[in-house]
Design a protein around this ligand. Sequence first.
Ligand code: NAD
Length: 248
Amino acid sequence: MPGAASGMGRACVDRLRGIADVVVTSDIGGAVDVVCDVSDPGAVNALVAHVQERGSFRALVHAAGISPTMGDARRVFDVDLVGTQLLLDTFEPLVVAGSAAVCFASSAAYQIGPYVTAEQEALLRDPLAPDFLDRAVDAAGGDPGIAYALAKVGVQRAAARAATRWGARGGRVVSLSPGLIDTPMGRRELEQQPPMQQMLASTPLQRMGTADEVAAVAAFLVSDDASFLSGVDVLVDGGLQGTSAAGA
Ligand SMILES: NC(=O)c1ccc[n+]([C@@H]2O[C@H](COP(=O)([O-])OP(=O)(O)OC[C@H]3O[C@@H](n4cnc5c(N)ncnc54)[C@H](O)[C@@H]3O)[C@@H](O)[C@H]2O)c1
C-alpha cells in the first residue's frame, strides 16, 4: 500500500487491516514494512518481491503522490505518473484471479480534461519512455499545477490500459479521483492555492471530504463486491464535477 504513512493511504490501511494481510509502505521510513519511493524502479521491485514472499497478491492500493506545492513539474510527473506505471507493470506478473488495484488520480484530471491536446495524450501513453520526463515538463510549460493535472490524467489512462492486461489474468484495475479531501496534502493546497477556496464553495456538500470517506470507496473497489468493475475512474468529490458539468 504505497502512500500509507498519512492521509488517505493511512485511512485505507485502517480499513483493510483485519480483513487482509496489509503491507504498509512509505517513502520516508517510520512504522512501515517497506520503505519505497514509487519513482525508484529498484524500490518498486523490492516492494513487489516482499509482497510475493508474503503469499498470493490480493490488492494494490496506491495512494502515494505529491501535489503541486510539494515539488517541481518534473518531480510531480515522476512520483505521480511514472511511479504509478512502475507499480502497475511490476505487480502485473503477480496478478491472479481476484487481484485488484486502485490508483489514486484526482478531480484535477477532470478539470484539465477538455483542454488536453492529442499530442499530450500521446505523450501520457508511455510514462516509462526514456525521454518522458523532459517532454512532459515541456508539455506542462514547467508549471507544477498543470503537471499535476496532466499526470493524474495519465494515472487514469494507465489504470485503464492495465485493466486489459490484468483482466487477462482475472485481475481488475481502477483509478479513484478524490476532490478536496481533509488530509495534510488537501489542507496545504487549500491554504496555498486560492482557486481551492472557490472549489470548496462550489462543492454541493459544502465541505472537504474525509480520508475515511475515500478509504471506504477504495476498500469497496478492491473488494469482491466490485468484481465486475474495472478500467474506469471513480470520482469521489462531493458532487463538484457533476454539478458544474451540468451547469448547476
Ligand atoms: N488531499 C486531496 O485533497 C487530494 C485530492 C485529489 C487527489 N489526491 C491524491 O490522493 C493521494 C493521497 O493524497 P493525500 O491527500 O492522502 O496525501 P498525503 O500527503 O497525506 O499522503 C501522501 C502519501 O504519499 C507519500 N509519498 C509521497 N511521495 C512518495 C513517493 N515518491 N513514494 C512513496 N510514497 C510517497 C507520502 O509520504 C504520504 O504518505 C495522492 O495521490 C494525491 O495526489 C489528494
